[in-house]
Design a protein around this ligand. Structure first.
Ligand code: LUZ
Ligand code: MOS
Length: 764
């Protein structure tokens, strides 16, 4: 099978990801590739082998005797606080007595080699007293177990509105978790510097989170810790907060032993010890009028937070923000409960609770469509957001592209013809059935926590005219460094090879937000643009003084300095020299904070997002009704990139996001036993999408939209939104099942694995 993929209407240039060159040669550096200093020690983490209970006895004697074991660390070795909770202080670095999930770190073996450390780990004997294990959100809620309080968003008056509805439907949904499966597992390398200072190289989306937490646990000020990030082999949210503990452990061992320590989790440990996308158990009630307008929508979301809060409160909030997806609903009441279970603390994952919210309203629409006897896309279309509509959290929708992307998809991909083809196919075939579904998306861009929406960029122009750039942006394959390079080289009119992106480092750019929320290029790009402009103004001043002219509006192109398109007698390099002769500062650290956004958590109202990203996907699939297997024939997308600054990279984000969404919705089945142990703990038992699960045809059309002033160069954020196109695949398969089995009552229980599809096909 061959996947055909293209972006139609290529308007703008594409600069290949600058990392491609070293990636394809295997020369890109990750934590595991670092040249190790002499005396480097290696760590293995001792994880709990029960999910809930307490430790009654630990015997380290055998492990300690093993030659090459240097020290076994426990909570007793911590000089600061044994606390790593990011939002709520409810999570120890090492368990002291109480165990809350299978794989919870209890201690760490430091040895001369990785092999010895792991061998020693197998010699540690721990005895536990076990307590009852909770693995589902529902059970936790029934027992009153929460990591934080519930939240409710409200618009209009649902109760009143339901009274006037022609149709009312209620249902329940489940969406499972999802393993991040970043190619590079969690890891860090800590090195002692002088005077108790420590440098940590970490595979983290949040270098400041590592620095802050290491300072807290080690009991030293933040300035004694430098965190550097070269690049990540994938993050997807899994390294927003959960890269932190491993980096802190390595730093702790370095602090105590004064030797370099490397800690890289193997895949098995990573799967067992880290949290994933939150499973959600939800219920909904939807009311429509005769014209199929959704008049009222109620939903209750039970978030399976796992054993500690981690980022769950922020993720729960985003579920509510996106509970009505790309639709306007005048009366909304949504609540979310953050249920405490004995799973590893679940965490950020591309979409950050948004997809879980969107899946529920799509389920509600699918149920309504089936019961009323209309295609779901008719209900979807009638209810799409329009200019000036109010979201349930009070933000007024502006520059709405919901209708535009929908209509463009319908026309460009000939929806009517597709529908006719599917109907004709289904009439002619007994054993194969086709299904079709549409999936509109609207995703809010900004950290929902307003105070996190800021970034800085530090730019040096060196005396030879070459440029070095540091920002808070972490490169994790998403191409942010390439975008930063584009901005600086355009601002200064320099060729790409004259500009260098430095690794992200907390001593160059401090107090940073993580690279997350799809907002990294916007926030850091805007800060970088500012820094470049400040430096250009200084260079213009230098030119004015030297040439005795007004060069304040000079422009920079092709290593030249131009006034009204005429080059000055000084080129870029000569001007840099002249500025230094005049003792002008050629370094600048600029700050950007997203304007206008705000949110009042008391009222649950405000304007949390800089803007929204829109798009529409049309999905068709073919289901083998003997075997339950399905093939995704086509996913045809109209996506709102705004004015994309790099269509190649942005298309890569759409394709990757879609594949990840398809995986979440169709095949990735995380399985925990009733004892809280992860059963899907290898790639033989956890199926992720491969080339055969991607659509035969994958088309993306760039919607010709204006973009947004708050997007960098009007190029809208692209990281997370496309994942949610994958939700439509679930409903396309469901429609194919319905075409085969008229008695099928849709269950909204994702992922739609072939097993589930097969059972549904023969349900009576
Ligand atoms: N991380 C975060 C995120 O801390 N806040 C957010 O709003 C967010 N949204 C998406 C992804 N990560
Ligand atoms: Mo994220 S889910 O780290 O943007």
């Amino acid at each position: 099978m061959e996947t055909k993929s293209k972006t139609q209407k290529k308007q703008r240039p594409t600069l290949p990801n600058i990392d491609s060159f070293t990636h394809v040669r295997g020369q890109s550096l990750f934590v595991d590739d670092m040249t190790l200093q002499e005396g480097t020690l290696h760590a293995a983490i001792i994880g709990s082998t029960i999910a809930h209970g307490y430790i009654t006895q630990i015997d380290y004697a055998e492990a300690e005797k093993l030659a090459g074991v240097i020290k076994i660390f426990t909570a007793n070795d911590i000089r600061g606080e044994n606390q790593i909770g990011g939002i709520i202080p409810d999570e120890p670095l090492f368990a002291e007595k109480d165990i809350h999930f299978w794989g919870q770190p209890i201690g760490m073996i430091i040895a001369e080699s990785d092999f010895i450390a792991r061998k020693a780990r197998s010699l540690v004997k721990i005895q536990y007293e076990e307590l009852p294990v909770i693995t589902t959100a529902k059970e936790a809620k029934d027992k009153g177990q929460f990591v934080a309080g519930s939240r409710t968003f409200q618009l209009g008056d649902c109760e009143q509105a339901f009274k006037n509805c022609e149709y009312i439907f209620e249902g329940e949904t489940f969406s499972n978790g999802q393993e991040h499966l970043y190619l590079e597992t969690q890891g860090a390398y800590a090195v002692p510097m002088e005077n108790g200072n420590i440098k940590i190289t970490s595979s983290t989306q949040g270098p400041t989170a590592v620095q802050r937490t290491a300072a807290r646990v080690l009991g030293i000020p933040m300035h004694k810790i430098e965190v550097e990030v070269i690049r990540l082999g994938g993050g997807f949210g899994g390294k927003e907060d959960q890269a932190t503990p491993w980096a802190v452990m390595a730093a702790l061992a370095t602090q105590v032993l004064n030797q370099p320590v490397k800690l890289v989790l193997n895949r098995h440990d990573d799967l067992h010890m880290t949290g994933k996308r939150h499973p959600y158990e939800s219920s909904f009630k939807i009311g429509l009028n005769k014209e199929l307008k959704i008049m009222a929508y109620q939903a209750e979301f039970l978030q399976n937070a796992g054993a500690a809060a981690d980022l769950s409160p922020a993720i729960a909030e985003r579920t509510l923000f996106h509970s009505t997806n790309a639709y306007f609903v005048p009366n909304v009441q949504t609540s979310v409960y953050q249920c405490k279970t004995n799973l590893p603390p679940n965490t950020a994952f591309r979409g950050f609770g948004g997809p879980q919210g969107m899946y529920v309203i799509e389920s509600a629409i699918a149920l309504a469509a089936r019961e009323i006897g209309v295609p779901a896309h008719r209900i979807q279309e009638i209810n799409l957001l329009q200019e000036g509509d109010e979201f349930s959290y009070g933000q007024i929708a502006k520059q709405v592209e919901a209708q535009n992307s929908w209509q463009k998809a319908k026309q460009s991909y000939q929806l009517q013809k597709l529908e006719e083809e599917v109907a004709a196919f289904n009439k002619q075939n007994d054993q194969l059935k086709k299904g079709l579904a549409l999936m509109p998306i609207a995703f809010g861009i900004s950290f929902t926590n307003t105070r996190m929406n800021h970034a800085r960029a530090l730019v040096h122009i060196y005396e030879d005219g070459s440029v070095g750039i540091s920002t808070a942006a972490v490169e994790m394959g998403q191409g942010v460094n390439t975008k930063m390079l584009q901005i600086a080289s355009e601002q200064f009119g320099l060729p790409l090879h004259k500009v260098k992106l430095e690794p992200t480092n907390t001593t160059r750019v401090a107090n940073t937000s993580p690279s997350a929320a799809s907002a990294t290029a916007d926030l850091n790009g805007k800060a970088l643009q500012r820094a470049c402009k400040v430096l250009k103004a200084r260079l213009c001043l230098a030119a004015s003084q030297h040439l005795n002219i007004d060069a304040s509006d000079a422009e920079f192109h092709n290593e030249q300095v131009l006034i009204k398109d005429k080059p000055l007698s000084l080129d870029w390099y000569q001007l840099v020299t002249e500025a230094l002769n005049q003792r002008i500062c050629l370094s600048e650290n600029s700050h950007y904070a997203t304007p206008e956004i705000h949110f009042d958590k008391g009222e649950e109202k405000g304007h949390p997002f800089a803007y929204h990203v829109y798009g529409t996907a049309i999905i068709t699939c073919t289901l083998d009704c003997i075997r339950g297997r399905y093939n995704i024939d086509a996913v045809q997308i109209v996506h709102d990139y705004g004015q994309s600054m790099n269509e190649g990279i942005d298309l890569g984000q759409v394709e990757g996001g879609l594949a990840q969404g398809i995986g979440w919705m169709t095949m990735e089945e995380i399985a925990y036993g009733a004892d809280g142990r992860l059963h899907s703990n290898a790639l033989s038992t956890y199926k992720v999408p491969d080339l055969f699960s991607t659509p035969d045809i994958l088309d993306t059309i760039a919607l010709d939209s204006l973009g947004h002033e708050m997007a960098i160069k009007k190029s809208k954020a692209v990281g997370e939104p496309p994942l949610m196109y994958g939700i439509g695949v679930y409903f396309a398969i469901q429609n194919a099942i319905s075409a085969f089995n008229p008695k099928y009552t849709p269950q909204f229980n994702s992922p739609m694995t072939p097993e589930k599809a097969l059972m549904s096909l023969y349900e009576k």
